[in-house]
Design a protein around this ligand. Sequence first.
Ligand SMILES: [Zn+2]
Length: 379
Amino acid sequence: MKSQPVIELTQQLITRKSISPDDQGCQALIMERLAPLGFTFENIDIGQTKNLWAYHGDVNDETFIFAGHTDVVPAGDEEQWYYPPFTPTIDEQGILYGRGVADMKGGVAAMVCAAEDYIKQHPHHRGRIGFLLTSDEEASATDGTVKVVEKLMARHERVDYCIVGEPSSDKLLGDQIKNGRRGSLTGNLVIHGVQGHVAYPDLADNPIHRFAPALYELITTEWDNGNDYFPKTTMQIANIHGGAGAENVIPADLQIQFNFRYSSELTDDIIKQRVDAILTKHQLNYSLNWRLSGKPFLTSQGTLTQIASQAINEYTGLTTKLSTSGGTSDGRFIAQIGCQVIELGVTNSTIHKVNEQVAVQDLIVLKQIYQRILEKLFD
Ligand SMILES: [Zn+2]
């Protein structure tokens, strides 16, 4: 097979061992590729995190951006990899292995090569093409895209459309794009009781016993029925801990951690009120701290979903499905700008695992799909 720029760039990125939030020169490499095309760059470095904002075209024009991250999760047990995780290797079946090939250095390479070819063919294209890249997506995500978005919003930077190159596909490249994500809200709950001897329960107040009926109500509540775009809201208990470790002690406290993945039918405030109402109804003495990781966002069917679906169909023959399943991504921050955001990338079955892999052919086609989207938007 003739070597393809998108594969070469993917391999160069994998070789850079950029465990979050260490960028290891990935963004510098991308700037080297984009500079000859006339891109304007802004490096927004915060702490250990490297962020890159780059664009080509007039700031006032209709703006399309590619977004993604250059960091990866650790390799895990390297013994279990068929090939060294940071030595990208293509096997006889044309499968490229390496940490980050799917999540998401392959996607980053495809977007860079797509922009490169599009701009070479259309140096005076209509609109503006941008990149928002961060090295802090996999870890805390506190100094990455969220900070760049704050900056862009503060200066009223125009962004109309965004494709996040995260691995959105399920079984086949392009079978699914993400047009939104559920919200994620975590509750850290402590039920307070009175410690005592198990032989004298009337002198104590067992927080586990007190919480049991409330627990049942929490886990059997129907929070909503979802809607056309979102599945039903779910609540899961993630951790529960009570007890002094002795068989004869009634514990003083019970600690519970739970997480909501919620649809756009609910808000974090409504969920908080409903949980408080249940706990209050059961007359519990409790303290509760909340952590909101992301509000739900949704890009309704429109220009971007249509163009992306058409481009996917042209290159794969598939009718793509819109989905809001899966975990959170930086799309939640970019959506705050008020632009249309979708996630479109390779298959996600091996992400964060050992032997992370993508078919070489999928990366070549992904690059073509991205380029076709630019043509459909700006030609
Ligand atoms: Zn990712």
